[in-house]
Write a protein that binds this ligand. Sequence first.
Ligand SMILES: [Zn+2]
Length: 313
Amino acid sequence: MSTPPEMLPRLHVLERGWLSSNNIVFDDDDGISVVDTGYVTHAEQTVQLIDRLRRGRPLTRIINTHLHSDHVGGNARLAAAAHRWSGASANIIIAPGQAAAVAAWDEDALGYAATGQQCERFAHHDVLRIGATLTLGGAPWEVLAAPGHDPHMVMLFEPHARVLISADALWENGFGAIFGEIEGEPAFAAQRAVLDEIARRAPRVVIPGHGAPFTGVAAALERAYGRLSSLAADPRRNANHIAKVLIKFWLLQVRATTYAELLAHFAGTRYMRLIHARYFSQQPLEALLDRILMELALMGAITRAGERVANRD
Ligand SMILES: [Zn+2]
């Protein structure tokens, strides 16, 4: 857990990792609120961490910046825990745009089937409104649209302390993969507009969806603009990066697998098939995955020894 200096005293960041997003916990007057809940396989740990932090107070709100599996995977377990803790339920408030898909639990529309990721079903109570202000930890947080990484993502901005909860729109080194482009959406332009919006707001502190909170925001923006330009200049590079992200994320869950299993898993996920068909169709899927695994191994992100493929932390 880290609470950077000069940050709002009623805000705590549970820094997690890459499989689970960070959880941001607010001390409200009537209990606590949590923004983003991590991945499903870490849900028990998320419940324990928040139980320790709440010190007997009820969890009243679970808020999600977007519906990716690594940001909402603890919702169901945390809502059940909230009920056990205080006998009252926590309201789950999601980013706008996909409420119908959540209500129907449409795993295709929510992207869980397309990415080959899992998420435990939950029911939402309300939807965030762009431009509205939420009171969290006694401070006003403005809900800002942040399409690009995800067309429905939001960020939260506190204008007095100038703290930004950026979700996956800006990390200290980069931003979340630009998935929309592989489906033919103009997501690079959307991401650029989001970076412009962040630059205009000039936050002093950014609490990203992954990684530690940071203050060197101008430098982080510069890195992000540079990365965006290089991806936009070569969409195949973006597609290649997404393939890497999907494989690394899966290996974070399964830890180790065989090449045959990995091939079978990704041959069945829509995003990998789309990347293959749109950008790399001149080679078989096996050859694409082989190359991506080699690139991941060279980066030190995985190990591969013959048939065996394993995550490397
Ligand atoms: Zn995301």
